[in-house]
Design a binder for this molecule. Structure first.
Ligand SMILES: [Zn+2]
Length: 143
């Protein structure tokens, strides 16, 4: 079963599958697409995985729901979102790119572009108050 991210509907690609309530709230979803809601425990698993890969702070709750639903029903994520693709790769959830795709799985880290201190996530530097930025820490295997 394919779990469709909002980009699929925006690009108007003809695919069959299901999507989440949160995606259907941000995008016009055809009536033929079944709308499901992931269980909280799977949402939590995705949040943990995304925290590890360094993607959590760039994912919306709709992005997390898409991944959680795919994990729950054993489905394949269809998305053009690089962060969703990266988390899916890291968590061994099958995915298919609609449009552009990543070529490698990346482990991200947050840092301060002013004083270079490593930070735990999106926000401001705990040392100098500058907005934090994200950079690849490690390029892992090809996806
Ligand atoms: Zn700083």
């Amino acid at each position: 079963m394919k779990v469709l991210d909002s980009g699929v509907f925006i690009e108007d690609i003809l695919v069959k599958g299901v999507t989440t309530r949160s995606v259907s709230e941000e995008t016009a979803v055809p009536a033929t697409i079944e709308i499901l809601e992931p269980k909280t425990e799977f949402v939590e698993k995705i949040r943990e995985g995304a925290k590890k890969s360094g993607d959590l702070d760039v994912l919306s709750s709709a992005d997390i729901d898409v991944l959680a639903l795919a994990l729950e029903i054993g489905g394949m994520v269809v998305t053009n979102d690089f962060a969703i693709q990266n988390v899916a790769s890291a968590m061994k959830i099958p995915w298919e790119g609609s449009g552009k795709s990543i070529t490698h799985e990346i482990k991200w880290e947050w840092y301060c572009p002013a004083c270079w201190k490593r930070q735990s996530g999106k926000g401001v530097c705990d040392k100098c108050g500058t907005d934090t930025k994200r950079r690849p820490k490690k390029k892992k295997g090809r996806v």
